[in-house]
Design a protein around this ligand. Sequence first.
Ligand code: AMP
Ligand code: ZN
Length: 460
Amino acid sequence: MKLYFFNTLTREKQEFIPINPEEIRIYSCGPTVYYYAHIGNLRAYLFMDNLRRVLQYNGYKLKHVMNITDVGHLVSDADEGEDKMIKAAKRENKDPFQIAEFYMNAFLKDIQELNIQKPEIIARATEHIDVMEEYVKKIIENGYTYQSEDTIYFDTSKLDKYGVLSNRNIEEQKAGARVEFDKNKKNISDFALWIKAPENHIMKWDTFFGKCYPGWHLECSAMGYKYLGEQFDIHTGGIDHIPIHHENEIAQSKGFSGKIPARYWMHVNFLTVDGGKMSKSLNNLYTLSDLKERGYDALVYRMFNFGSSYRNKINFTWEAMNSAKTALARLKEGYKKHSEGTEEVSEEIINSYEQKFHEAINDDLNMPVAMSVVWEVIKNPIKSKEFAKLLLKFDTILGLEIDKEMKMEVIPKEVEELVEQRKVARQNKDWNLSDTLRDKIKELGYNVKDSKDGMEIEKI
Ligand code: AMP
Ligand code: ZN
């Protein structure tokens, strides 16, 4: 069956034609690990997971890379503001490497709980500085840069066109710029590739240009190239990446190899909360733990996201979460009834449902339509094991574990706080404190198990 994706590059829905059908190569922009991911960030990775599963449903094998930005990334995408990692380090009185380690693990735990498949390759920026250095050197060699005393810039005027994704030109950008223009830049859209670190900057590496750190955009281009080559199939990210980060990735790639790195660019729209932006000051910036504290399993949030196409905004409300919770319970109940059913259904009926579901997911991951097919099967008055089997097949896309009991266990806040304290104690290698905290957690009725991915908590 044909597969269609909306491609931001061409601004249209296009049939997906792989470069090599034996292996689909994908790059996803990953998190900057300076704080817990909020549920808006997590929507972006649920979309990434949805894409993976749809490709697999169509029989494809994947080679998928996601970066972890664990080296500083400025507060604005356009090289301004404070470094997010340094800001967090000051806030928590840790060094930026500890910050990155802690929040990367928290992120990996979140995506695991959401049943998001981990990409085949998770690439940490700090482990690829040498790759980035080589990449920058080639861009310099190819004549696409200029430098100030402390920064190597990409010269966007050397490109045939800058702004192929958002279709803007340099003049339009100038007109729209609200921020002070960096005096060393020749063009408003130029950006930093390689930056000399000030004396007090902790994250820095010895390089051809002195003690430096890389620009944020560079890591994705360099790591994408290392693992996926000069050109791969799909690049994903949030819509906020379109105007700067992805334009700059394309610019870098053109400067490096002359090519646009991916053929299909897919972007997920934003999650709004109560119809507006999420923000700390409005007290509506939620993490997965906040949802769990209020009694919603991570998979309820997963279910909630299927209510809208990834290309549309989705509005988060507690009411909508309640509906998703009920819907997930009904889905599991409906599956159970079919699995215990003894009636027969024809292969023709099964195939027609499967066909409709498959068409929906292949139509640019149209999950609302796919879900309507799932409900048709659930509500079918004929109760049959054949339907249960079909629902399990659909669940390879949904990832809702429809054949398992609802896990609604909510960990009390007191226990979570002790677990957090214990993580810090272990980072500080304070094993006595760690053991004392373990005992306290036990008194409250929970066991902690240490694993390579972090800690797991279970009710005794
Ligand atoms: P960051 O860690 O800030 O680089 O963001 C990680 C991902 O979350 C990026 O792909 C962003 O586009 C995405 N993102 C940030 N805020 C939202 C939101 N409110 N809704 C959906 N995605 C978001
Ligand atoms: Zn990126």
